[in-house]
Ligand binder design. Structure first.
Ligand SMILES: Nc1ncnc2c1ncn2[C@@H]1O[C@H](COP(=O)(O)OP(=O)(O)OP(=O)(O)O)[C@@H](O)[C@H]1O
Length: 943
C-alpha cells in the first residue's frame, strides 16, 4: 500500500517568528528534513533488483509502482537528493546552514537516519568532512573572533554509552543537569588544535566504532555514533562581559534500522539488531509524538539513550537537520517506506533554537555557578556544609569548656578540702590577736550580714568609717577562703587556664580562616558590601596576628607568685587586645549587615538592638531581615551586556532563525532564559534567576548571622576565661598579701565555724548588693545577676568572682577617695565618674521603655506603689531612678529586678540568659559598645 502524506511546501518550513520585533529572539523552526537516495549497490545489482523510486524534483520523491496506472502521491521534503547527487551537494543544501549555526552560538545537530546499508555512514562521513572544512573556513574568515573547539565522541552500543576517545572508561552514565540537560559522565573532551587535529580525532572514533558484517552491509555500523564539537567564540580583545557564543554541533550516525529476516541475523547481530531497533523505535515514537503537536504530552525521550542524549536536538534548543538515506531497490521498499514515513513525521517537528550567550568573564560565571551549586547544596542539606566547620569548632570548644569546668570543680573541691583541714588546724592553734576593725567572730558575722544592726538604719548611706570597716571585714572573709589554698595548686590551675587560652587562640585563628573564606565567597555583591568585606578581611588578619599567646611557659619547682602576677598583667593586655579585635570584627559585620539592609528597615530594626542582645541568638534574627541583593549590580552588568547581542552573521541567523541556550541566555528583552525556549520555560528560567538572587540573599543573610554569632561566641569564651583567670588572680594577690602579713591577719580573728552554702550565699549576696550600690554598677547587670544566681551550689564560682571583683573595685574607688558620687565635686574622677554617668544614662534609657513595655495600668500601679507624684515631670524617669537604690531592702531589690527585667525584656527566671554568658557590663545599653565591662574592671584593678 502506498504511504503518502500531504506534502508540506518548503516555503512554509520556516514559521513566523513567535516574538514581536524587539521581543524575545527565540524562534520556532521545523527540523530540516532531506532524503538521499543512493545508487543500487553491487549486491542489489547482482540480484537484478529494480529501482522502485523516482526523484520527481528536488523536493519530491515518488514510488514507481509498475502495477498501478495511477501515479502515486509524492513524498515531499525540504530536499530530495537523487543517486547522482554528490555528498558535497547534500551537505551544501541539507546540512551546511544548520552546521554553521554552531559557529554563531546555536546548537546544531545533523543526523542520518535510514535502514541498514542505505548510506548513513557514507553520507555522514562526507557531511563531517565538509563541516570541518567549513568550520575552519569560518574561523579564518572571522579573525575578529577567538574560537575554541572541543571534541568528544561516543557510541551507544546495545544501550551502553562508550567514550570513543577512551574506550577503557567502559560504560558511561548519563546524568541529568537542570541547565545543560542530559550529560555523559566522564566523557573525554579534547581541545582541538586545528583542522588536521580534528580530522585525526574523527579518524580515531571511526576506527573505534563497533562495526560488523551483515548480509546487507559488509561494514555495518552496529551502534549509534555521536561526534560532538563544542564551539565557543568571543570577540577578540573584548572587555565586555557578554560577548561570547557557545554551541554544540552534533554529528550523529545512527545505526541502521533493519529486519532480522532481511539480515538473517542471529546471535550477536540479532541482539544488536534488537537494541538498535528498540532505540530507533523510541526515536520514531518521539518524532511522531512531537509531530502531532503534543508537546505537552509525555514524550518518551528517556526510553532510550540516544533520545535522551539527543533530546534538545529533537524538539528542543537546537537547529536540526535529518538526512534520511534510502536504497532505491524494490527489495527494500517496505523499509524505505518506513524511512520516508519517519521523515514525514520529522519535518513536522518544531525546534526552538536560541543563541547561547556566554558571560565571557569566566571567573564570574564559574563563581556564580559554584555559588549556585553551593547554595543549592546548602538548601538541600539542613546542615549547611559551609558552616559545619564553624559548628564543629564551636562544639569542640564547648566540650573543652565543659572539661575545663569539671576540672575547676575538682580543683574547688580540693581547695575546700584543704580549707577545712586548715580550719581544723587553726582551731587547734588558735591565737587571738587584737584588731580594732574586726572584733570577735560573732560580731564580724553580724556586721557582714548587714541585717541586724539596730544602730544603723537599714537604708542609710554608709559613712566612710563603716565602709572602711566593712571592707576590712570583707577582705578578711575573702582572704579566709584563699589562704588555705596551696600556691602550687593555684599555679597549676593557672597553667591549665593558660593552656585553655592558647587553645582558644588557635581555634579562633582556624575559625577566622573559615570566616575569611566564607566572607570571600560574598565578594560578588554590591560595591559597598565588597568594601566592607575587604575591610573586615584586613581586620581579621590583624586578629590572627594579635591573638597568639606566649607558649614558653616553664613551671618551676618553686612557684613564684609575684612572677605569676607580673605575667598575668602582661597577658591581660593580650586578651584585651583579642577582645578589642573581636569588637572591631563585630563592628565591621554590623556595617556589612547594614549595607544589606535598606535604610528604613535598618533604622527601625537597629533601634531594637540592645548591646547584650549580641549574645542572644533570638534577638539576632531581628537584625537582618531587609531584602538585600548581592547580585543586583552584577545582574545589571549582565543585562546591559547581553543587550543587542544577536548573531553576527545576518544570513545564518535570519530573523526567522532560531537561537540556542546556555545557562545564561538572553531572550532579547533582558530576561534570561535557559535552554528550553518555550514561553513557559522562559518564564520559569526568569524565576530561576530570581531564585538564584533569593538564594544569594538568604545565604548572605544567614552567613552574616552565623559570622556574627560566631564572633559573639568567641567573645563569650574569652570572657569566661577571663572570669576564671581573674578569680585566680584575686586568689594569688590575696595569698601574697596573706603571706606578707605573716599570717597575723584579721582572718584569724573570724570565727571559723563551718557554714552551710546557703548561709554563705546569703551573706555574699547582701555584700554584693551593697557593693553594687557603692560602685554604681549597671542596674541591668544587677538585675541579670540577681535573677540568675539564686543560691544554687553551682553559682558559687560566679558569686565568688563577683564579690572579689567588687571588693577590689570598691577598694580602688575608696583609695581614690571618691567612692561616693557626692565626693566627686568638680574633679574628674575617671572610672567612678564614667560609672555614675553610665548608670544615669542607663536609667534614662530604661525610662524611655516604660511606656512601651508597661501597660497604662501597670504604670499607674507602679507610680502609686513607688510614690511617684500624680502630677509631675518625667514620672517614668522618677520611677526608674528609684529602682535599685536600697541595697538593704530585699523586697525593694526583688521588685526593682522585676521591673528592670520587664523593661529590658528578659524573663524573671533568667532562663534564657546563660550563666556562662554572664558578663559585667557597666555600659549604658544605648551605647552600642558591647564589651567594656571587663576592660574597665581590669583597668581599675591595674591587672
Ligand atoms: N550515495 C552513495 N553513493 C555511493 N555509494 C554509497 C552511497 N551511499 C552508500 N554507499 C555505499 O553503500 C554501502 C553501505 O553504506 P553505509 O555503510 O554508509 O550504510 P549504512 O546506512 O551506514 O549501513 P549500516 O546501518 O549497516 O551501518 C557502502 O559500501 C557505501 O560505500
Amino acid at each position: 500500500m502506498m504511504v503518502g502524506t500531504p506534502a508540506t511546501p518548503s516555503c512554509k518550513i520556516q514559521r513566523t517568528p513567535c516574538s514581536t520585533p524587539g521581543g524575545p529572539k527565540v524562534r520556532e523552526e521545523k527540523i530540516l528534513v532531506t532524503v538521499r537516495m543512493r545508487p543500487l549497490n553491487r549486491r542489489e545489482q547482482a540480484m537484478y533488483d529494480l529501482i522502485a523510486w523516482e526523484c520527481v524534483d528536488e523536493n519530491s520523491i515518488i514510488f514507481k509502482n509498475p502495477n498501478h496506472e495511477r501515479p502515486a502521491t509524492p513524498y515531499v521534503f525540504d530536499k530530495v537528493f537523487s543517486p547522482s547527487c554528490s555528498t558535497h551537494r547534500v551537505y551544501e543544501e541539507g546540512a551546511k546552514d544548520v552546521a554553521l549555526s554552531a559557529m554563531m552560538g546555536m546548537n546544531a545537530t545533523i543526523f542520518a537516519y535510514g535502514q541498514t546499508s542505505s548510506g548513513k555512514t557514507y553520507t555522514m562521513r562526507g557531511i563531517t568532512e565538509n563541516a570541518v572544512r567549513d568550520i575552519y573556513d569560518h574561523i579564518k574568515n572571522n579573525p575578529e573572533r577567538d574560537f575554541t573547539l572541543k571534541f568528544s565522541a561516543l557510541e551507544i552500543y546495545n544501550e551502553t554509552v562508550v567514550d570513543l576517545l577512551n574506550r577503557e572508561s567502559g560504560s558511561l552514565r548519563l546524568l541529568d543537569d537542570p541547565e545543560k540537560g542530559t550529560m555523559v559522565e566522564k566523557l573525554v573532551e579534547e581541545v582541538v588544535k586545528d583542522g588536521a587535529h580534528l580530522t585525526h580525532l574523527i579518524g580515531i572514533c571511526e576506527a573505534q566504532r563497533q562495526v560488523g558484517e551483515t548480509i546487507l552491509n559488509d561494514k555495518s555500523s552496529r551502534s549509534h555514533q555521536i561526534i560532538r564539537l563544542t564551539i565557543e567564540s568571543s570577540l577578540r580583545g573584548s572587555s565586555g562581559h557578554v560577548k561570547s557564543f557557545i554551541a554544540n554541533l552534533n554529528l550523529v550516525d545512527l545505526a541502521g534500522s533493519e529486519r532480522a529476516s532481511q539480515t538473517n541475523a542471529d546471535g550477536t547481530r540479532l541482539k544488536e539488531g534488537s537494541h538498535i531497533n528498540r532505540s530507533l523505535l523510541t526515536l520514531t515514537t518521539v518524532i511522531r509524538k512531537l509531530s502531532g503537536g503534543k508537546r505537552s504530552g509525555h514524550i518518551p525521550y528517556r526510553d532510550s539513550k540516544v533520545t535522551r542524549i539527543l533530546q534538545s536536538s529533537i524538539g528542543g534548543n537546537a537547529r536540526t537537520a535529518i538526512i534520511c538515506t534510502m536504497s532505491p531497490a524494490l527489495s527494500h521498499v517496505e523499509q524505505t517506506k518506513n524511512t520516508l514515513s519517519f521523515a514525514t513525521s520529522a519535518k513536522e517537528v518544531t525546534n526552538n533554537a536560541q543563541v547561547n550567550m556566554v558571560v565571557s568573564d569566566k571567573r564570574l560565571v564559574k563563581h556564580l555557578q559554584e555559588e549556585v551549586a553551593r547554595l543549592e547544596a546548602e538548601l538541600r542539606n539542613p546542615e549547611p556544609s559551609s558552616f559545619s566547620c564553624l559548628r564543629s569548632l564551636i562544639e569542640q570548644k564547648d566540650l573543652k569548656i565543659k572539661k575545663m569546668e569539671s576540672e575547676m570543680e575538682e580543683l574547688k573541691r580540693q581547695r575546700d578540702l584543704a580549707q577545712s583541714q586548715l580550719d581544723l588546724e587553726r582551731k587547734v592553734h588558735k591565737v587571738h590577736k587584737g584588731c580594732n576593725h574586726s572584733g570577735p567572730s560573732s560580731e564580724v558575722v553580724r556586721c557582714l550580714s548587714f541585717s541586724g544592726d539596730d544602730n544603723e538604719p537599714i537604708s542609710s548611706k554608709p559613712t566612710p568609717e563603716t565602709r572602711t570597716r566593712t571592707r576590712l571585714q570583707r577582705e578578711a572573709m575573702v582572704r579566709r577562703s584563699v589562704t588555705s589554698t596551696d600556691p602550687s595548686m593555684l599555679v597549676h590551675e593557672i597553667r591549665k587556664i593558660e593552656q585553655r587560652q592558647r587553645q582558644l587562640g588557635e581555634e579562633a585563628n582556624r575559625a577566622l580562616d573559615v570566616l575569611h573564606k566564607e566572607v570571600a565567597s560574598h565578594r560578588v555583591g554590591n560595591k559597598e558590601a565588597a568594601e566592607n568585606i575587604a575591610k573586615l578581611l584586613s581586620e581579621i588578619k590583624n586578629i590572627q596576628v594579635a591573638n597568639s599567646i606566649a607558649e614558653d611557659i616553664v613551671i618551676g619547682d618553686q612557684a613564684n607568685l609575684k612572677e605569676e602576677i607580673t605575667r598575668f598583667k602582661s597577658q591581660g593586655s593580650t586578651i584585651e587586645s583579642l577582645e578589642k579585635k573581636l569588637e572591631i570584627v563585630q563592628n565591621s559585620i554590623d556595617q556589612l549587615v547594614s549595607s544589606f539592609v535598606t535604610s528604613d528597615e535598618s533604622h527601625s530594626k537597629k533601634k531594637k538592638i540592645l548591646p547584650f542582645t549580641l549574645s542572644n541568638s533570638t534577638n539576632m534574627q531581628n537584625i537582618i531581615r531587609a531584602p538585600c541583593s548581592p547580585l543586583s549590580s552584577s545582574r545589571k552588568v549582565m543585562e546591559s551586556e547581553v543587550e543587542n547581542k544577536v548573531p553576527e552573521n545576518g544570513g545564518a541567523t535570519t530573523p526567522n532563525s532560531n537561537n540556542v541556550a546556555s545557562p545564561y541566555n538572553n531572550d532579547g528583552s533582558g530576561n534570561y532564559t535557559s535552554r528550553e525556549g518555550t514561553p513557559v520555560a522562559r518564564k520559569s528560567n526568569s524565576v530561576n534567576v530570581k531564585k538564584m538572587q533569593r538564594m544569594f540573599k538568604n545565604a548572605a543573610e544567614e552567613n552574616i548571622r552565623s559570622i556574627r554569632a560566631y564572633v559573639t561566641e568567641l567573645k563569650e569564651r574569652v570572657a569566661k576565661l577571663q572570669y576564671q583567670k581573674q578569680l585566680l588572680v584575686c586568689q594569688v594577690l590575696q595569698l601574697e598579701e596573706a603571706n606578707e602579713a605573716g599570717g597575723s591577719d584579721a582572718a584569724d580573728e573570724i570565727s571559723e565555724s563551718p557554714k552551710s552554702w546557703h548561709v554563705i550565699f546569703e551573706e555574699w549576696r547582701k555584700e554584693i548588693f551593697m557593693l553594687w550600690h557603692l560602685c554604681h554598677v549597671s542596674i541591668i547587670h544587677r538585675t541579670q545577676f540577681y535573677l540568675l544566681f539564686k543560691g544554687d551550689p553551682a553559682d558559687q564560682i560566679y558569686m565568688e568572682v563577683e564579690l572579689r571583683r567588687l571588693t577590689w573595685l570598691e577598694r580602688h574607688l575608696s583609695d581614690l577617695g571618691n567612692a561616693s558620687p557626692a565626693l566627686l565635686g568638680d574633679e574628674p574622677a575617671g572610672s567612678v565618674f564614667a560609672s555614675v554617668k553610665a548608670l544615669k544614662q542607663e536609667r534614662e534609657y530604661l525610662a524611655k521603655r516604660v511606656s512601651s513595655k508597661l501597660s497604662m495600668e501597670e504604670r499607674e500601679m507602679l507610680y502609686t506603689k513607688w510614690e511617684i507624684p500624680q502630677v509631675g515631670k518625667q514620672r517614668r524617669l522618677q520611677l526608674v531612678n528609684k529602682l535599685w537604690t536600697d541595697p538593704h531592702n530585699m523586697q525593694h531589690i526583688q521588685e526593682s529586678a522585676e521591673i528592670v527585667a520587664k523593661l529590658v525584656g528578659f524573663c524573671e527566671s533568667g532562663e534564657h540568659v546563660s550563666k556562662e554568658m554572664f558578663e559585667l557590663n557597666f555600659v549604658c545599653p544605648s551605647d552600642k559598645r558591647t564589651w567594656m565591662g571587663w576592660n574597665l574592671i581590669s583597668n581599675l584593678l591595674n591587672l
